[in-house]
Write a protein that binds this ligand. Structure first.
Ligand SMILES: [Zn+2]
Length: 397
């Protein structure tokens, strides 16, 4: 009898699995937020928390929102050909679940197109939002909607925005408003011809949000094709923050349908490349503020929401402590904040400051260190323990 019972159970389980594809409850969270801190290693998180603790007059103990999440893991991030990945290969690994060569974006080692999780979710009825603090055609956001042989094909990446059919894009602007020979239409015109509205600044977004069902938001400061997209030390003062862009996207998409937001803190990587400690911490705090927006939403929909916070790779080989037992946050803060965030310390002075304050940076490049993964909500337990960046797509789906 037990054997028959067991066989029946196996049969029932198999039957259930087979019909599971047609089941309306696939087990996926209805609302999914994937946050990617570009270049955010474990020590970027620790350094930001050390600064927050200093602000409270403590050595430690203050936390970012996401380090309080109940599930924690690490993700390896080597690419198909290198120990150290670039953002294109790691973005592709996260979005599409496949290793590829550095510089390839949404295409595999043979040049074949890969499929990002955002397309799978769209097919399942999810509304899709792709948000970043850097240009919308940069590698990390691009990995979720574009397929090119090289991440530098920026114009081609942008032109795939309307083809995606995704609902909301937001970022600083575009790299390459025209194609390489400069003859093509400005990319915003091209995107608008395809039925999207490109809004520069929150005001234009508010004016158009009810008239269009597909929007690309860009910062007001990047309105013209001559705008400088690279703002080295954080954002321009008047620019919308990552959390404001996420709020716009959530407001635009609403919560009647299921949704997926990929939300990138892209400048954590840029400031880390320059080994600029205080601007990097500010970018971490901006990123944290955006996670807080999702966390507040989660609190209202705890059974239906999944939030995953991770990184594509580590940048800078950062260490909290470098030769001295005390981090001199007072001096670090005074040099950067009293001089303003745009205070461009020259490289020599910056490196001296890092050393004096005991913040260690070993490189201006990426490293192959594993990155942290934090998760809360429906299915979050899948993100605990050791994983590879190619596992993230499957876990979310
Ligand atoms: Zn980088």
């Amino acid at each position: 009898m037990p054997a028959i019972a067991a066989a029946m159970l196996i049969f029932a389980a198999t039957g259930c699995g087979e019909s599971g594809n047609n089941n309306t409850d696939s087990g996926k969270a209805k609302y999914i937020f994937l946050f990617i801190g570009d270049g955010m290693g474990a020590n970027h998180v620790a350094t930001a928390e050390s600064y927050l603790s200093y602000k409270e007059g403590k050595l430690g103990g203050e936390q970012l929102v996401f380090t309080g999440f109940p599930y924690y893991g690490t993700a390896t991030n080597f690419s198909a050909d290198k120990h150290v990945t670039c953002s294109a290969a790691s973005g592709t690994a996260i979005a599409c679940g496949s290793k590829t060569y550095n510089s390839k974006l949404g295409t595999d080692v043979n040049g074949e197109k890969l499929r990002s999780m955002a397309y799978d979710l769209k097919d399942d009825g999810y509304k899709i939002g792709i948000i970043t603090t850097v240009p919308v055609n940069h590698a990390t956001p691009g990995a979720f909607y574009a397929n090119v042989q090289n991440r530098g094909e920026y114009y081609s990446v942008s032109c795939q925005i309307p083809d995606s059919g995704f609902d909301f894009f937001a970022g600083s602007g575009f790299i390459d408003y025209r194609d390489k020979d400069g003859n093509a239409r400005p990319v915003d015109e091209y995107i608008e011809e395809k039925g999207y509205k490109v809004c520069y600044g929150p005001e234009e977004f508010q004016e158009n949000r009810t008239e269009y069902d597909k929007i690309v938001f860009c910062q007001e400061s990047n309105r013209s094709e001559n705008a400088d997209n690279y703002v080295g030390d954080g954002k321009e003062a008047e620019d919308a923050t990552l959390s404001q862009m996420l709020e716009m996207g959530m407001d635009f998409i609403g919560s009647d349908s299921p949704f997926f937001f990929m939300c990138e803190g892209g400048k954590i990587d840029w400031t880390a490349h320059e080994n600029k400690t205080m601007p990097m911490v500010m970018d971490m705090l901006e990123f944290n503020d955006a996670v807080k927006v999702a966390y507040d939403f989660y609190l209202g929909h705890p059974d239906e929401t999944l939030i995953v916070v991770t990184a594509d790779h580590e940048t800078g080989g950062l260490s909290l402590g470098c030769g001295r037992e005390t981090i001199n946050w007072e001096k670090m803060e005074a040099e950067w904040i009293e001089g303003g965030r745009k205070n461009m310390l020259d490289e020599k002075k910056n490196m001296e400051l890092n050393k004096e304050c005991s913040i260690g940076w070993t490189t201006h490049s990426h490293t192959g260190s594993p990155v942290p993964v934090f998760a809360i909500g429906k299915g979050a337990e899948k993100f605990s323990g050791r994983m590879d960046n190619t596992d993230i797509k499957g876990k979310i789906l």
